[in-house]
Design a protein around this ligand. Structure first.
Ligand code: FAD
Length: 383
């Protein structure tokens, strides 16, 4: 069955983004993995071709296109090309709404042109050494002094952290809705803002993930995004989109892993016949294929629901939970079918298997996703 959610313009965008990846990214994958970061020149190349910040208004260089199908195309083609990049999805899927929907006109004038051009790499810094799943436990302080916010604290595991020119940090200023959290944009080079070198991880080797530190870091109050002390609501409203992006990536990567396994099973011979002619192998492939297609249909529905403004927190959490758990299972079974070869770094399946592991943790761990779905399900049940 064909997927029905895309129009010809999305497919054209897909072809052109894929060509771009094949020329500008795939040949550099190994080099970037060794550096633990993609080359900085990759960003403006993508920006010049319209692959970044396309939902920004045209007056700031964007295309004014708020259609998550384009975001999905970027995420899918990145996964299908074998690049485990979170860099663009962080920029396009996660940071974009903070700047496009919640930043003031003045802030947009300062930040959006570079965001679209790829000269302003962005990050969002919520997680801290002592607060990940439980964002309400955030300790980084934002003290208001006159027309400045003075930030003290540290963040960890921040995607694009070592390269970012603009970091949206979640800090505790107090007051507001009682949780007292505020989003403040910190520009690279601000005195008191330092970052570590990219962290060395178990997978997603080319992905820039860094620790950030703020010490008496002073930024203008004019850099606060949204209302002071009321950031929790904005974060909550944006999380479904972040989780859907991860689910889209999970389905694409499961599809690619499965395709590699099918190809291998039809060519590798054991006991005098191709692996695929052993019924147990065929059944494994068939079972995984069916599960991926079912998950893909559901995630497609979620994409349309997000476009229509109807994707709930619980639906997005459920999609992320299901797609990422399935991705883990598919890639594990696929690697198994490759036998010892599957454990060799030169085989793409081994990298995909490593890269997939974090999907069940970041953007909200599976246990947290189930909790969101469960609470939603039982909310209306009388005690
Ligand atoms: C590669 C990478 C990129 C990341 N990018 C970013 C980023 O750009 N910005 C950012 O802010 N953060 C980022 N993160 C952080 C990520 O979102 C957190 O790691 C994640 O939310 C989990 O938080 P934690 O690591 O503190 O784990 P903890 O909160 O300590 O949880 C540990 C485990 O305990 C379990 N658990 C926790 N709470 C519950 C509960 N209530 N019930 C049952 N089980 C529970 C879960 O299994 C969870 O995995 C990134 C992390 C990584 C590794």
């Amino acid at each position: 069955m064909n997927r029905e959610i895309f129009e010809e313009e999305h497919e054209e965008f897909r072809r052109s983004f894929r060509r771009f990846l094949d020329v500008e990214a795939v040949p550099h994958a190994r080099e970037w993995e060794a550096e633990h970061v993609v080359d900085r020149t990759f960003w403006p190349k993508a920006g010049a071709l319209g692959f970044l910040g396309f939902e920004a208004p045209e007056r700031f260089g964007g295309l004014g296109i708020a259609d998550f199908r384009y975001n999905a195309v970027v995420v899918e083609e990145t996964a299908l090309s074998g690049m485990a990049g979170d860099n663009f999805s962080l920029h396009n899927d996660i940071v974009a709404p903070y700047l496009v929907e919640y930043a003031t006109e003045e802030q947009q004038e300062r930040w959006l042109p570079g965001f679209v051009e790829g000269t302003t790499v962005t990050a969002i810094a919520m997680t801290e050494p002592g607060a990940g799943s439980d964002l309400a436990a955030i300790q980084t302080k934002g003290r208001i002094e006159g027309d400045e916010v003075v930030i003290d604290g540290s963040k960890t595991f921040i995607t694009n952290g070592s390269q970012a020119d603009l970091v949206i940090a979640l800090v505790r200023t107090g007051e507001g809705d009682g949780r007292g959290l505020t989003l403040v944009a910190v520009e690279g080079g601000t005195p008191g803002f330092t970052r570590g070198t990219p962290l060395v991880k178990a997978g997603r080797m080319a992905q820039d993930t860094a620790e950030l530190a703020f010490s008496d870091c002073r930024v203008p109050v004019a850099n606060i995004i949204g209302e002071r002390g009321r950031a929790f609501d904005i974060v909550k409203r944006n999380l479904p989109r972040e989780r859907l992006s991860i689910a889209v990536n999970a389905v694409a990567s499961a599809r690619r892993g499965l395709a590699l396994a099918v190809e291998h099973a039809t060519t590798r011979t054991t006991f005098g016949k191709p692996l695929a002619e052993h019924q147990v192998v065929r059944h494994t492939l068939a079972e995984l294929h069916t599960a991926v297609e079912v998950a893909g249909s559901h995630v497609d529905r979620c994409i349309l629901a997000l476009n229509a403004g109807e994707l709930s927190a619980a639906e997005a959490a459920g999609a992320k939970y299901w797609a990422t758990e399935l991705e883990g299972r598919v890639l594990d079974e696929a690697l198994q079918l490759f036998g010892g070869y599957g454990y060799m770094d030169e085989y793409p399946i081994s990298r995909m298997w490593r890269d997939a592991r974090i999907q069940r943790i970041y953007g909200g761990a599976s246990a947290i996703m189930l909790d969101i779905v469960g609470r939603d399900l039982t909310r209306s049940v009388p005690a």
